[in-house]
Design a protein around this ligand. Structure first.
Ligand SMILES: Cc1cc2nc3c(=O)[nH]c(=O)nc-3n(C[C@H](O)[C@H](O)[C@H](O)COP(=O)(O)OP(=O)(O)OC[C@H]3O[C@@H](n4cnc5c(N)ncnc54)[C@H](O)[C@@H]3O)c2cc1C
Length: 433
């Protein structure tokens, strides 16, 4: 079969590598001059910054992708655990270092915030272990099939309980709720509309830890692109797909500025709202907004290695990440902010007790509008609007025959592990050549 993939972000590349390995002839189209989407890097002088992701949960997903499509990941790219996933600094001056991969470590850290809080935290995280196992089998690792899924999984996904409500009943201290909800608030979601079962990410973080690469995680995009060349995927960069061709209720190809390309199957790994023929399929979903990114090249202050993420809580959290690379005696940091005047970001950080102003030697600001244009949509995918979002987003298959959906806007959602899994789901749904 000839499969056309629209979008060469992590999801499109994961789909392409797996489908090529299954024996299909695969063509991949990307609007940008290079593959990777959000999984890429930007350069300013001698500083290189991760453009989007700087850490990943579940490295097993990436390892599996490499093993199933050729040489193992370890031969080409280094992933290392992040000892401190995030340091949270709260407005009352207290702070918490959230470690990954250890229940006992997390218990001690939370206990230091207040007596009994360690017990509260691990009690909350423990409740997600079984939920995770069920969803993993029925929803994340094989295309959802109500006739095969367990009644428990169906109940979990249908539940209308919100994460806000779950956190309110789990914790006596607001700081724990801030930590548990951080992944979602920092991605611009409203916790009242995020389903409670997404609390499973706290379990995943605790059990498997968070991972990064010494050269910055953005470099993984280039390694994946080279895997596609090895698998003989036909790559067309700087070639936006303008629409999917649907005839007689079936996807038969795509249209680009250079003309029509016929296909036996089409995989949409971009925001489907951008393709006119697909818009009606997703009219009840919305895209998640992007943050403002401030990339800073800094003079090194000789301090210990920074945590994976530094979260300065306040009216709207400021998130500092260190993914990328810098010359000797220098450091990189990227600040994610929402809802504040970007020019004030450094002053606001100083007001929150983290003053970098004297160390800045290079600065690059990227607005949400610039990022949306660069990436052709939001790599943060669909905004959570209650439990129904699971049914309203597409993927791995869709109501149109021969059309499949992967990526942040599809099942099972945004983030590298989940977009990686979406590629595996699409490959299962299409099957071997
Ligand atoms: C600031 C930020 C930080 C993040 N941090 C993390 C993190 O630390 N850990 C983590 O796991 N995840 C993180 N994420 C989320 C993660 O990056 C994304 O969920 C994931 O990379 C999305 O991959 P994707 O392939 O679905 O989409 P994208 O990466 O958005 O790729 C889409 C691709 O499609 C192309 N395209 C768009 N329209 C068209 C068209 N019409 N025709 C052809 N090509 C088209 C684009 O050029 C792009 O290459 C972050 C995201 C952002 C924005």
């Amino acid at each position: 079969m000839h499969v056309v993939i629209i979008g060469g972000g992590f999801a499109g590349m994961a789909s392409a590598a797996r489908l090529a390995k299954l024996g299909h002839a695969v063509s991949l189209f990307d609007a940008a001059p290079a593959l990777g989407g959000a999984l890429s890097q930007v350069q300013l002088d001698d500083f290189i910054f991760d453009s989007g992701p700087s850490t990943t949960l579940l490295p097993a997903v990436t390892r599996d992708l490499f093993r199933k499509s050729g040489r193992p990941l370890e031969r080409e790219y280094e992933l290392v655990p992040v000892p401190v996933i995030a340091e949270h600094r709260f407005v009352d001056g207290t702070s918490l270092a959230l470690t990954g991969g250890s229940r006992a470590g997390q218990k001690v850290a939370f206990e230091a915030l207040g007596e009994g809080l360690g017990h509260e935290w691990v009690g909350y995280v423990d409740t997600w272990g079984e939920v995770w196992e069920r969803l993993r089998k029925d929803y994340l690792e094989r295309p959802w099939d109500p006739t095969m899924a367990s009644p428990e999984s169906k109940k979990i996904l249908a539940s209308r309980l919100s994460l806000t409500k779950r956190l309110r009943s789990a914790f006596t201290d607001d700081r724990l709720a801030l930590v548990a909800g951080h992944r979602f608030t920092s991605e611009g979601h409203d916790l009242r509309r995020v389903p409670a079962w997404l609390g499973t990410l706290s379990y995943v973080e605790q059990k498997f830890g968070s991972w990064t690469s010494p050269q910055g995680l953005g470099g993984l995009g280039a390694v994946m692109a080279s895997r596609l060349r090895t698998r003989k995927v036909e790559i067309h960069t700087s070639t936006p797909v303008l629409d999917v061709l649907v005839r007689g209720g079936r996807a038969v190809g795509v249209r680009t500025a250079a003309g029509e390309v016929a296909a036996d199957a089409v995989v949409c790994a971009v925001d489907p709202r951008r393709l006119p023929a697909l818009r009606p399929l997703v009219k009840r979903t919305r895209s998640t907004s992007l943050p403002h990114l401030t990339h800073l090249g800094l003079l090194d202050d000789g301090a210990a290695d920074p945590p994976g993420e530094l979260v300065l809580h306040g009216a709207s959290p400021l998130v500092l990440r260190h993914g990328g690379s810098a010359p000797e005696g220098r450091r990189v940091v990227t600040v994610q902010s929402r809802g504040m005047v970007p020019a004030d970001v450094l002053d606001e950080m100083a007001a929150r007790g983290h003053d970098l102003r004297d160390r800045v030697i290079a600065r690059l600001d990227r607005t949400p509008e610039t990022l949306t244009r660069e990436w052709g949509g939001s790599p943060l995918g669909v905004q959570w609007r209650g439990s129904g979002t699971v049914r309203r987003r597409l993927g791995p298959d869709t109501p149109v025959k021969g059309l499949y959906a992967a990526g942040a806007h599809a099942t099972p959602g945004s983030g590298l592990p989940f977009t990686g899994l979406s590629g595996a789901l699409v490959a299962q749904a299409i099957g071997p050549a």
